[in-house]
Design a protein around this ligand. Sequence first.
Ligand code: ZN
Length: 463
Amino acid sequence: MPSLLVRNGRIVTASESYDADLFVDAGRVALIGEGLSLPADTVLDASGCLVLPGGVDVHTHLDMPAGDITSADDFETGTRAAAFGGTTTIVDFATPEPGESLFAALGKWRRKAEGRAVVDYGFHMALREVGGTTLAEMAQLTRDEGVTSFKLYLAYPGVLQVDDAAFFAALLGARACGALTLVHAENGGVIDVLVKRALARGETAPRQHALTRPPGTEAEAVARAIALAALADAPLYVVHLSCAAALAHVIAARDRGQAVAAETCPQYLFLSRDEYDRPGFEGAGYVMSPPLREAADQEALWRGLASGDLQVVATDHCPFTLADKARGRDDFSKIPNGAPGIETRMLLLWDGGVRAGRIDAQRFVELTAAAPARAFGLWPRKGTIAVGSDADLVIWDPERETRLAAATLHMRVDYNPYEGRVVRGGPAAVVSRGEVIVERGEWKGAAGRGRFLKRAHRSPQPA
Ligand SMILES: [Zn+2]
């Protein structure tokens, strides 16, 4: 395996920033020091740049079926776009069909990724039901397969939603095997009533998506999930938290000493409910769940990221083309939920977070790489720059300018929620396990080079 020397950069991890060179051998960081002059197959000059750990995005939906359509990026296009944006590890979701075993679902998702993914990847397992063999399968997946986190939905009745009994049983099961429970926290029953009432009034436009999923439906579900996790004495991770009211419950739980963590996503920091008032059917491109919120929510989320009340920024990357979105033209509830974001997460968070003075560069690394790696059993292999860690690196040029546009970004979807926005700060080069895969905006990586990551679990806590 070729060696690599990165010279003249400033290394930034979640805990330190310092000037040093870095030598990579066999895909791992072998040596960090000043003025290294070892012979190497490749030399990258990082003058004027920061050297960051590759980004870790723990919330993606690649090649995901949604009824009779599929999310627009597969594991090749999606992970390549991730790499262009500085992300070198993803954790996607495997979702079983109703009645399908978790092992069968994992096999199916691993086959989707194998030979296609160009960066390393792991899987969370979604649970539609918690039945006879579920707990045994959870234990085996956690212990033997490196699938150490399980996601349940409190929304989407009749499709993915579970009741309190199933959610509570899953929390107990996860605790017993040392896994982490993820929750999509929206009250699906209440939303269903609001959707039916809106449609009965003849209100069918995309803006109804936000009006029928008000912040209270998220806050209630977050509070309930936290209460059930406390009853189970199990750790909880809240995905895509979007509003101040929900964040308040997370803060209160953490203040009580409960093991609750939460992620938010760039769309909730940079976009607001106003997008749904775009002309015609354009608002459909912003239909995602939870929906976009208000400026006051954005401010609360930024405060949470700066203070530590929010721990992770992931993407919930789940793109659908405008043609697929159009199936909800006459009924907002039929618009497939989701938007692209896997490529723009770090660009947006650097520009709007670090450059805007809301967070510093170390906090940026914490939110985009270190914290997600720790939460999901990938640390210290991923998420930091240290001797022995995988050489997943981003040579980050703070002056590099990118105009966000569907035509020039690499996600396989025909619109971009941030179309036309110019951001400063981005990858001059991206390295995955010692291989330069992106350099000056050009793809250099080999197809299918990504590897499945078996993730570590926590200590099992027998009942
Ligand atoms: Zn999601």
